[in-house]
Structure formats: structure tokens, C-alpha cells
Design a protein around this ligand. Structure first.
Ligand code: GLU
Length: 548
């Protein structure tokens, strides 16, 4: 068969360069020894999830701790699944988590000399290499229709055989020159398939940078390399791109392990050295006592938007992911509590080999802890940026009064106390926590544990003596005075010794006042709260509670 003629007939493109030209166009990168070039290669489907962030963090850390490059490549070969704005969304979502690309699609960088970074714009490179494979008898056109392929699959399933296009099932592999040209002149659509030379009888050992040494079965499938629209499949495109973009390490999900034999063969026939691969394990969660993979359908926490909308502190999410990525991160953190996580020596070899358990409770604990380290001014900035994007109109108004909110945060965060309080977990919850400091969002729950008359008596006596100039101890002395005047023990010790002599204790009196002012039975220091609210507002709240 005249393979040169066949290649030219199947791929008549005029703009293809001799293959060596591509090698010259994309020369090996000039990087120090040991520097890793990694990439994130998402399909622009608009759904960027925690799994992407998890591998992007590993990619970014490895590239940046070795003095390498981390780039963004868009795998947009499937036009149907493409979503407008998806690329910007990937960049923005990752930036929120402090993950920045050095190079790639939509990245303004002087390093961008390995592009284009959209696969659709690289069609001629793929086609040049497919053409070469045809010329060398390593690829061929296949005219099988969807129905024919389905029929083969059914037959294979019925015979309990491996499904796919291989061996005797690879019908078009043996078409004669005449048959091929007949099909072409009949205008039949075709795909280009790899002519595999492998056999499932052969085993290969492969060193995965995460999973260690693994044994895989050699590929014997004549996989599609160019689809009928002339666009490559993932298998073919990624091999060419990772070679010419000079990727040294591919980190991707373990769902790709089953295609690894195909990739090994593709790199072989293309004559490219293979980059190193690390297959990450899937993120799992415990659900009803059993472990299962996080699912797009069932678990909102898989979507990265969830964290932004809920106002998670990005550093906390990153630190949490670091704890599941590298088992020694937590210990390092304990020893270096003040250090930035980027100082940690991340290593791919320490990544888990099997199912990583995602635990939202643990993330929440880390989040509280990280947020407790902020200054009230930083906390204001963090909450405000969330309010700007996701807050209500009322939140927007409240946040105009920066000094007032910072005074509230000083209190809520326990600034100046022995230990910082860790009550704020996320912006969405932190912003609601301060609602009672504003009249328009104050929605009290007047669940007093004493009868109306007692409550009124206490509140009214306190309102009479309240003086915002009092310090904490003067304030409390007045509460004690009110307690004694209404039959409550002014000292806890007196109450404990003879509870039957009293209606209750000073603690009960303080609770009544607390409910009256904050609308809740639990709050930070009430004297300070009243100081922040100011005399008028405090007295109004006391009066309103008496009316309730
Ligand atoms: N486009 C592939 C995906 O989104 C990328 C896999 C890879 O990183 O090679 O799953």
C-alpha cells in the first residue's frame, strides 16, 4: 500500500511543518536541574472541583518548590461540553486559593512560548503527527459506524470478552487499499486509529511517582487518535502536548491509570520520552458509615464555588488540603505554627497511595483556627470582601461602618484576652454572628426563664442605674445590686450554700439582661456589648424587652 499517498489523502492539510520543526519551535526548557514542569489541563466544562484544586495544589507546590514552571492548558477537544467563561473561572477560582499559574491560557506571561495553550488551536501539530504515523503504517483510517461498533461491543460482552477495537475485532485494520479508497470516494466519515503492536499477554512495570511501582497490561487496543472531525482524542493530544510543552511531571486523577498502557504505546510510537506520572487517589468521604468517592451529584462540597459562596478562608482550605496531600504536613505545622505553608517542603513521594478521606469537620476546625489568628482589621477585610460579593443589602450597609465592626470583632475574637476565641468559621456564618449589633437585623429570642414580672422588675431596675461610663467591675456591682433587690443571690457562693433562700443567682440576673440586650442567652461580655451598642441603643433594647 502506498502509505505516503494514503496519509496525504486522509490529511491533505497544507500548513503542516516537518516534524523536526516542532522540536525546534518548542525546545527543551532552560531550567535548573531538578526543576519540575507541571500543568493543570482541565476541560472547560465550567465545573471546577475540589479534586482539581487538590491536584493543582500538588502541581503548583512541586513546580514552585523545585524552581520549575506550572502552566495552564485547556483541553477543549470536546466542543459540546464547552462552557463560556470556564477558563476565566478556573483561573479565578484557583487564584482565590493562592494558586497562580506561571504560563498558559489567558495568563499574561513572558514565558508563554510553548503555546497555543488551547488544544483546538493546536490541531495542525496533532495532524502532522497523525499523518506521520499513517505514513509509517502505525495508524489507519477506520470507517466503522456507531451501530457497527455497538454490535461488536454487544458480541464481546455476550462472549465475556474485553470490549473494544482490537485483534480480530479491528475490522478496518485490514482493509485493502482499494477498499479504503472506495470508502473515501463514497464520502464515508472516518476516524484515525493507532495500529497497536501490543498484546495483553505482556505485562509492563511502571514507576508511578505517587503509587510507586505498578504492573500494567500492555495495550492492544487500536484506540482512536483523531476523531471524525479531525480533532484528536485526549490520549493523543496530551502525549503531544506534554512532550512539546516540556512537561516533566503529569499529576492526574487515578481514573486515568486504566489508559496508561495506551499512553505508554503512544509515547513509544511518537518517539517521545515519557514524562513522569503521578496518579492521585480519589477524594473520599464517610457517608452513613461507609467510604465512598465524593460525587458531583450528591456532594455540594465538591464544587469550589461552595467554598467561595460559604466564605471559607482560602488559606484554611489550602492548609487542609496540604494535610491530606502530605502526611507530614500537620506535624510540620505544629512545629512551625507561624510559618507560611509555602515554606513546607512538599514532596510527591509523601502523597497518599489510596483514597484520601475528605473530612469537612476537620476543615472547619482548621478554618476556625486560621481565622482566629487574624487581626480584627484583617478579619474585617476578609468578611467585607465576602459581603461585597455575597452579602445582603443590609450587610453592605453595616460594613460601611468599619470602626464599629472592628470594635465588634475585637470583642468576638477575644482580642486582649488570654486566648483568642475561635467562633468564626466562615464568612457566611461570621457575618450572621454580628447581626444583633444592628437594629435592622436584631431579631431577639426573648426566652426568659423567669416570670414576666420578675423579668420586668430586673430590667427596669438595671436600666435606672446603667451608666455607660462604668467599667466592667462597676457594671457588675450594679448587676449584683439589682440581683439582691429582687430576691436573687448577689454572690454565687451564697446561692450555692442556700439555693432555697433565693429566686436565683446573679448569673440568672445577668442572663435576663443578656437576653434583653442581645436577644440570646449566650454572648461575649455583656458590659462590652452595651458599650459598643451605646447608651441609647442599650436602653432602647432594655425597654423593648420589657414590652415583649
Ligand atoms: N482533561 C483531562 C481532565 O480534565 C486532564 C487529565 C490530565 O491531567 O492529563 O480530566
Amino acid at each position: 500500500m502506498d502509505l505516503k499517498k494514503l496519509a496525504k489523502t486522509l490529511i491533505p492539510d497544507e500548513n503542516l511543518l516537518p516534524l523536526e520543526e516542532y522540536e525546534k519551535m518548542y525546545p527543551p526548557r532552560n531550567l535548573p536541574k531538578g526543576a519540575e514542569v507541571t500543568r493543570l489541563a482541565p476541560s472547560p466544562t465550567g465545573f471546577i472541583h475540589l479534586g482539581n484544586l487538590y491536584s493543582a495544589l500538588a502541581d503548583e507546590r512541586i513546580a514552585h518548590t523545585t524552581g520549575g514552571v506550572f502552566y495552564l492548558r485547556i483541553e477543549d477537544t470536546d466542543e459540546k461540553r464547552k462552557v463560556e467563561g470556564a477558563v476565566e473561572s478556573v483561573i479565578r477560582s484557583l487564584k482565590y486559593f493562592n494558586i497562580n499559574f506561571d504560563e498558559g491560557a489567558e495568563i499574561d506571561s513572558p514565558l508563554n512560548s510553548y503555546g497555543p495553550y488551547y488544544q483546538r488551536q493546536r490541531a495542525s501539530i496533532y495532524r502532522a503527527f497523525a499523518k506521520d504515523l499513517i505514513e509509517r503504517g502505525l495508524a489507519y483510517p477506520c470507517f466503522c459506524t456507531e451501530e457497527e461498533l455497538n454490535a461488536v461491543r454487544e458480541e464481546q460482552t455476550a462472549n465475556k470478552e474485553i470490549t473494544g477495537y482490537y485483534g480480530k475485532y479491528a475490522k478496518c485494520r485490514n482493509l485493502s487499499e482499494e477498499e479504503i479508497y472506495l470508502n473515501l470516494s463514497a464520502g464515508k466519515p472516518f476516524v484515525i486509529r493507532l495500529k497497536s503492536h501490543g498484546s495483553t499477554a505482556n505485562k509492563l512495570t511502571f514507576r508511578d511517582r505517587i503509587k510507586g511501582e505498578i504492573t500494567v497490561t500492555q495495550n492492544d487496543q487500536d484506540v482512536v487518535i483523531l476523531k471524525s472531525d479531525g480533532i484528536p482524542t485526549y490520549h493523543f493530544a496530551h502525549a503531544i502536548d506534554d512532550h512539546f510543552m516540556r512537561t516533566t511531571l503529569v499529576i492526574r486523577g487515578e481514573e486515568w491509570l486504566s489508559s496508561l498502557p495506551v499512553h505508554i504505546e503512544l509515547f513509544e510510537v511518537l518517539g517521545f520520552p515519557m514524562p513522569a506520572y503521578g496518579h492521585t487517589c480519589s477524594l473520599m468521604k464517610v457517608d452513613g458509615g461507609t467510604k465512598r468517592k465524593l460525587s458531583k451529584r450528591k456532594d455540594p462540597e465538591l464544587s469550589l464555588d461552595y467554598y467561595r459562596k460559604d466564605g471559607y478562608y482560602p488559606v484554611a482550605v489550602v492548609k487542609y488540603l496540604m494535610t491530606i496531600l502530605n502526611s507530614n504536613f500537620e506535624e510540620w505545622e505544629r512545629k512551625n505554627p507561624a510559618a507560611d505553608y509555602t515554606q513546607f517542603k512538599f514532596t510527591i513521594e509523601k502523597m497518599g497511595k489510596s483514597g484520601a478521606l475528605f473530612d469537612l469537620d476537620k476543615l472547619n476546625d482548621i478554618s476556625k483556627n486560621e481565622l482566629s489568628k487574624l487581626s480584627p482589621e484583617e478579619m474585617y477585610g476578609f468578611l467585607y470582601s465576602w459581603v461585597n460579593e455575597f452579602g445582603t443589602q443590609a450587610d453592605m450597609e453595616h460594613f460601611k461602618d468599619r470602626d464599629y465592626i472592628i470594635a465588634v470583632l475585637n470583642l468576638i475574637m477575644g482580642v486582649g484576652g488570654k486566648k483568642r476565641r475561635k467562633d468564626i468559621e466562615r464568612a457566611s456564618q461570621g457575618v450572621r454572628m454580628i447581626d444583633y449589633f444592628f437594629d435592622d437585623t436584631f431579631s431577639p429570642d426573648y426566652s426568659f426563664r423567669f416570670d414576666g414580672q420578675t423579668v420586668k422588675g430586673i430590667i427596669s431596675s438595671f436600666a435606672e442605674v446603667y451608666d455607660p461610663a462604668d467599667d466592667n467591675s462597676a457594671w457588675f456591682a450594679k448587676v449584683k445590686g439589682v440581683a439582691a433587690a429582687h430576691g436573687f443571690a448577689a454572690e454565687m457562693s451564697e446561692y450555692k450554700a442556700n439555693p432555697e433562700n433565693y429566686k436565683g443567682s446573679v448569673a440568672d440576673v445577668a442572663e435576663i439582661l443578656r437576653i434583653a440586650v442581645t436577644g440570646m442567652a449566650n454572648s461575649p461580655d455583656l458590659c462590652t456589648i452595651m458599650g459598643i451598642l451605646g447608651k441609647d441603643r442599650s436602653l432602647k433594647r432594655l425597654a423593648a424587652a420589657m414590652e415583649s
